[in-house]
Design a protein around this ligand. Structure first.
Ligand code: FMN
Length: 192
């Protein structure tokens, strides 16, 4: 079993990464393989609506010029997918949006490749807009027949400068709880 967390922030080691690592911690502790994948800061092109994924049905996007297919392949191999993004003008980062569109379309074009994987959204904001980030990511999960666990609050933290989210105790507890529930789901759904 494997859980991957994908960081949509271009700021490596920033607040989103801190929260994603908190989610992965209990999962790894339970002996489940984990991986943190960086997409923020990499050029990830948007979907061009070429329709090739529907025609070819080869589980890939037709655009091989960036890291999207590498990341999509990792998403397809994972049992749990955690997508994290900082809030940029009340939405996900451009890289995360491009991945959502391309991975989401590839999954749907190939008969529902994300079906019954566990999906969790993680967001960070300085002041406002994280709810929209949470929604934008969950829209991908919830129309791809994925299982979305809840936690003790919606999964976002507050912070501006790198590391500031460490001061948001409730968010840190939320992330740990989310990781525990993902672990519970993966462990209990195994073999069903
Ligand atoms: C281009 C840009 C747009 C932003 N827009 C918002 C916003 O709409 N609302 C908000 O609360 N914070 C906003 N922020 C602040 C970031 O969400 C915040 O600094 C966050 O902690 C960054 O996470 P990171 O450390 O993972 O990159 C914005 C930051 C940038 C660079």
């Amino acid at each position: 079993m494997k859980a991957i967390a994908i960081n949509g922030s271009p700021r490596k080691g920033g607040n989103t990464e801190i929260l994603l690592k908190r989610v992965l911690e209990p999962i790894a502790k339970a002996g489940i393989e984990t991986e943190l994948v960086q997409i923020g800061g990499h050029p990830v092109r948007g979907c061009v609506a070429c329709g090739q994924c529907r025609e070819k049905q080869n589980r890939l996007c037709s655009n091989n010029s960036d890291i999207a297919n590498e990341v999509i392949t990792k998403m397809l191999a994972a049992d749990a997918i955690i997508l994290g993004s900082p809030t940029y003008f009340a939405n996900v980062t451009a890289e995360m949006k491009a991945l959502i569109d391309r991975a989401g379309y590839v999954a749907l074009a190939n008969g529902g490749l994300f079906k019954r994987k566990v999906g969790a959204a993680v967001a960070v904001n300085r002041r406002g807009g994280a709810n929209n980030v949470f929604d934008a990511i969950n829209h991908l999960f919830l129309m791809n027949q994925m299982i979305v666990p809840g936690s003790i609050y919606w999964n976002f933290g507050v912070g501006r400068e790198k590391g500031e989210v460490e001061g948001d105790e409730e968010a840190l507890r939320n992330m740990a709880d989310l990781g525990e529930t993902i672990t519970w789901l993966l462990t209990n759904l195994k073999g069903h």
